[in-house]
Design a binder for this molecule. Sequence first.
Ligand SMILES: [Zn+2]
Length: 282
Amino acid sequence: MLDSGELSRYSRNILLSGVGRAGQERLKSASVLVIGAGGLGSPVLLYLAAAGVGKLRFLENDSLDVTNLQRQILYNSQDVGAAKGEVARKKLQALNPSIEVDWRAERFQASNAQEALKGMDLVIETTDSIPAKFLTNDASFFARVPSLIGGILRFHGTVIAPGFSKSIVGRPCYRCLFPGPPSEDAVPTCADAGVLGAMAGMVGSAMAAEALKILLGLGKPLSGHLIQFEMLESRFRAIPFAADPNCPLCGTSPSIHDLRDESQSMEGSFLDRLPSGSDLSS
Ligand SMILES: [Zn+2]
């Protein structure tokens, strides 16, 4: 039940058609795992905390570098050198003291992925690690938890939503688009190629809004689509992608049966299969 303080705090949510008190209570009882609290993770965590998602768990084990401040809006100049997770946890808890914020100072790996996903309704991947995107995909597929996977680079952004329905979770999946990680030099990082800081806000906010849609059961889910943001062309589009029967994870004769840590240098046909103009690293 929502108390009077919560009814005031969330009044602009509750007014929305399709949300109401019941929807807000649904958010209060929801649990979301966010992998990373950087450029994309900042708006994702801030908006989900503000919206009243009852339990936010996030994994982050970096300390804040001065170069992060250009886009990672959870942090201030005085936080440089501090553990990002500790700063983020305090900030999120200050924004909304009534939610539970569970920070884990861990990297997302095959060894802790299952435990991190336990009890979660949704997992949102926001890091600059390609192996973490594959692991999120695989872990959410095995745990039957819907996922959103994001990336930004230069003036581009992408959100990929593996498919889910009542009966099937995780098909089509990220590996239907990209069977394995690209070679290391195939995908530049923000540290190599730069990124417009506002892209983190744009793409992260889209991920947060999609997450709220999923938790509330509102509208048409992005499920089985990717959204491309091409800022220089002012072009934003949602593109469906199909399940690949030969997918090593969700295909008809899968070769992946448990969680693994991919190495970034494993060969793959990554860029060839990506719809033109998008990049998947942040
Ligand atoms: Zn697949």
